[in-house]
Design a protein around this ligand. Structure first.
Ligand code: SF4
Length: 194
């Protein structure tokens, strides 16, 4: 099938579309009103709290639905001019960030020489990461490198790599980046790049 539209057909189609818009305006519906008219109801009912998706700088609007003091649903906000009710797959799963019985509350560790993973508390994991981070930075920090016959100030470490995760929100990413750069890291990445 030939999908090409000729110039004549294009003009006819455009005229038809404009006629449709004019008819909508004449009926009093208007484009804005037509959009409002088709706005679907939220899937769950409760107190509707306008919010923003925490995941990226597109800034899609969300409606957080609350009942009995608990979040029961999060959907795209149809009144947001950014996303008009839509959310990308990540934003559409925001509810699971807030309410998730499968959320991990412990970390795992495999000690040197061991062949098995063991549970440790998040506090213990944080303390261990902080101690390793400090020790590695102190061992690998480079203040100056020689370029030609000159010493160039670099103040960096190539001994630590920072990899962000998909559920890190905008604010955390911003602060994390600042902390890592201040510590002298140059290898900073995020697996949730879009
Ligand atoms: S992660 Fe998706 S839903 Fe959230 S702000 Fe970005 S584009 Fe919008």
């Amino acid at each position: 099938m030939n999908n090409k539209v000729s110039r004549r057909q294009f003009i006819k189609l455009s005229a038809g579309a404009l006629g449709g818009v004019a008819a909508a305006e004449a009926s009093g519906l208007g484009i804005a009103n037509a959009a409002t008219y088709t706005k679907p109801a939220l899937l769950k009912s409760g107190k509707e709290v306008p919010s923003l998706c925490p995941y990226c700088s597109v800034g899609c609007g969300q409606i957080v639905t609350v009942a009995d003091g608990k979040i029961i649903d999060i959907q795209g906000n149809y009144d947001s001019p950014i996303n008009e009710g839509t959310l990308c797959p990540k934003g559409a799963a925001t509810f699971q960030l807030a309410v998730n019985p499968l959320r991990e509350t412990k970390a795992k560790i495999r000690k040197p020489g061991s062949d098995k993973w063991e549970d440790i508390s998040l506090e213990a994991a944080m303390d261990r990461i902080a101690a390793n981070f400090k020790e590695t930075r102190e061992k690998t920090f480079v203040e100056k490198v020689k370029i030609g016959d000159k010493d160039k100030l670099v103040n960096h470490t190539q001994g630590i790599f920072s990899l962000g995760g998909a559920t890190i929100d905008d604010e955390w990413n911003y602060i994390h980046q600042k902390v890592m750069r201040a510590a002298g890291l140059v290898a900073i990445e995020n697996q949730a790049r879009i």
